[in-house]
Write a protein that binds this ligand. Sequence first.
Ligand SMILES: [Zn+2]
Ligand SMILES: [Zn+2]
Length: 366
Amino acid sequence: MLPGMFRRLNGWKLFFFRMRNGARWFHTCHGDTADPENAMKAMVLNKLGERLEWTDFADRQPGPGEIRVKVSACGVCRTDLHVVDGELPNPQVPIIPGHEIVGRIDAIGADVEGLDMGERVGIPWLGHTCGICPYCRGNQENLCDRPLFTGYTRDGGFATATIADARYAFPLGEAGDDAALAPLLCAGLIGWRSLVIAGIGKKLGLYGFGAAAHIVAQVAKWQGRSVFAFTRPGDASTQTFARSLGAAWAGGSDETPPGPLDAAIIFAVVGDLVPLALKAVRKGGRVVCAGIHMSDIPSFPYRLLWEERQIVSVANLQRQDGIDFLRLAPEIGIVTHTTTYPLNQANQALADLRAGRFEGAAVLVP
Ligand SMILES: [Zn+2]
Ligand SMILES: [Zn+2]
């Protein structure tokens, strides 16, 4: 079939597949008939624990309240590894991972307000909330009982295009490079929420100095705080990287900082760090666990928690976090350190992230 013919028939074909497959997308076997302008390619997780597969899809149309975004960059996050490894509950496969999406709107569904064709937007981890559960109504939409998460329970941005709930897309303006902005959508946002929850103390410890910490360090410094960066023991190059971003001190997670910390944020997925961080904070200090998944926390003597030290976790984000952080980011002048990979090299990017082979953040570019 000629592309032009396909385009004319496209609406009917899509209707047919929607009828057959409900709201779920379908893998196309019609590579020779797909509309070349709208055909979509993606790196798909078909089976937990296995490599992502390069897959062709027919074009997708946004439904009511949705937008289609042509992806120009998508960050690779530690959470993507948890999704691929099957470490998160209720995994949904096949799924297109990726939740640090920067792109431009190229189709708008019915009932979408405030967004324009061609506008650059960012799509974060929080992809949808129900709006009616006690958490949504109690201003805690990050804890929604029936959420959808981008790249985990709804298809994400390891693709040339994606469909998003328009209410969860952030306008990004025109300042800044697409790939440089991508890590702000999760590493930056979750880092920001963690920083707010850590409180206003001046001496801040960051355990695990990857994508999130390298952004948070810049924000904290801009706020006039001192950053103490903890890396894997002996990781001199990451310690140097942390100092280059303004850390007052950098050392191994087994080292004692020069004085007690007011708060610590743990970005690494290592439960052993929790008692170490508790030991490093002062009386009344707070330890914030920022990861969605962590290895077991070993038992520790109660005296480490005594004197009103606290351990809290940060889950997901609220849209207000995005609005607050993305408004401030240009003012702070955050510089993200990125390593870009072509989209079809997503497996390599994930492997390099797992092995800690780069500083900062990995970003896929279609
Ligand atoms: Zn993430
Ligand atoms: Zn809800």
